[in-house]
Design a protein around this ligand. Structure first.
Ligand SMILES: NC(=O)c1ccc[n+]([C@@H]2O[C@H](COP(=O)([O-])OP(=O)(O)OC[C@H]3O[C@@H](n4cnc5c(N)ncnc54)[C@H](OP(=O)(O)O)[C@@H]3O)[C@@H](O)[C@H]2O)c1
Length: 260
């Protein structure tokens, strides 16, 4: 799509939740290069400011930042008031990774509930809040970043994989509902990707995808929903789906233990 068409369809401003590092930072650079102004949200102020400054320097676009925790009960209200009168034509919900592998019973319940807020409750509130004005304008888009961990239950990562299954189903159903209102919805399914969050987890990152590649695939395929399997993860997902469910869960458990 030509830059002017892209900016008209998904601009003037993109909101990136989890826009400071890794895939989110790659989205920030690439969307600004396509002519969009940016609203970036993440918790740690330093990487957020670094990414914002780098994008401003590279593209000259307007970039505003908000340091906020997406698991907080008032997250959607805070983000809505941060966006203010800016016309948000594209929302990328990127934040959402797990920070450790651990059995469900060995993890404090609060940690699992925070994961549910990050990947279920807050995305529902965000999509509801920003899709309304997009529908009134008859244009806009969403990219919900998900994971192959949502294709089958992943032991030691139970709530994470369940929230990613939610994300996949949510994106698919809304793709159908929002299309007639002029809004594109894409569930962008990632496999192992070389991000600072995964590096902090100390996982074996052999063969991990480049964040810039998966962000570019998301942008290129935003209108090709409901789902795009980034960096060639489609075959693995298809294989998992072909298995008996118990076999699929055992395969997930074995992949997770190979990672670390
Ligand atoms: N990396 C992989 O191998 C992989 C594989 C499959 C799927 N994915 C998906 O890809 C997306 C990005 O993953 P990632 O590896 O880059 O890790 P991530 O921990 O989701 O971090 C991505 C961004 O989100 C922000 N963030 C995380 N938690 C947040 C919170 N509670 N509130 C506000 N901002 C928050 C981070 O900054 P702060 O930490 O400063 O807040 C960062 O800017 C996730 O949805 C993940 O599930 C990743």
């Amino acid at each position: 799509m030509a830059e002017a068409d892209f900016a008209w369809r998904y601009g003037p401003t993109a909101l990136i939740l989890g826009g400071s590092e890794g895939v989110g930072a790659a989205f920030a650079h690439q969307l600004a290069a396509q002519g969009l102004d940016l609203l970036l949200v993440a918790r740690k102020p330093e990487p957020l400011e670094e990414t914002a400054a780098a994008v401003r320097a590279a593209t000259g676009r307007r970039v505003r930042t908000l340091s906020a925790d997406l698991t907080a009960p008032d997250a959607v209200d805070r983000i809505a008031s941060f966006a203010g009168a800016d016309e948000v034509g594209l929302v990328v919900y990127n934040a959402g990774a797990e920070s450790r592998f651990l059995d469900f019973l060995d993890r404090p319940a609060e940690e699992s509930l925070r994961m549910a807020a990050l990947n279920v409750t807050t995305p529902i509130g965000i999509v509801h809040r920003f899709a309304g004005p997009m529908a009134a304008r008859g244009r806009g888009g969403f990219i919900l970043v998900s994971s192959v961990a949502g294709v089958a239950g992943c032991p030691r990562n139970a709530v994470y994989s369940a929230t990613k299954a939610f994300s996949n189903g949510f994106a698919e159903a809304l793709w159908y509902e929002l299309k007639p209102r002029g809004i594109d919805m894409l569930g962008l399914v990632l496999g192992l990707t070389l991000t600072p969050a995964m590096q902090r987890m100390g996982l074996k990152m052999d063969g991990a995808a480049d964040p810039a590649l998966v962000a570019a695939e998301g942008i290129a395929h935003i209108a090709d929903g409901p789902t795009f399997y980034a960096a060639g993860t489609g075959e693995g997902a298809l294989y998992l789906r072909s298995l008996d469910r118990g076999e699929a869960v055992r395969a997930m458990a074995s992949s997770a233990s190979e990672l670390g």
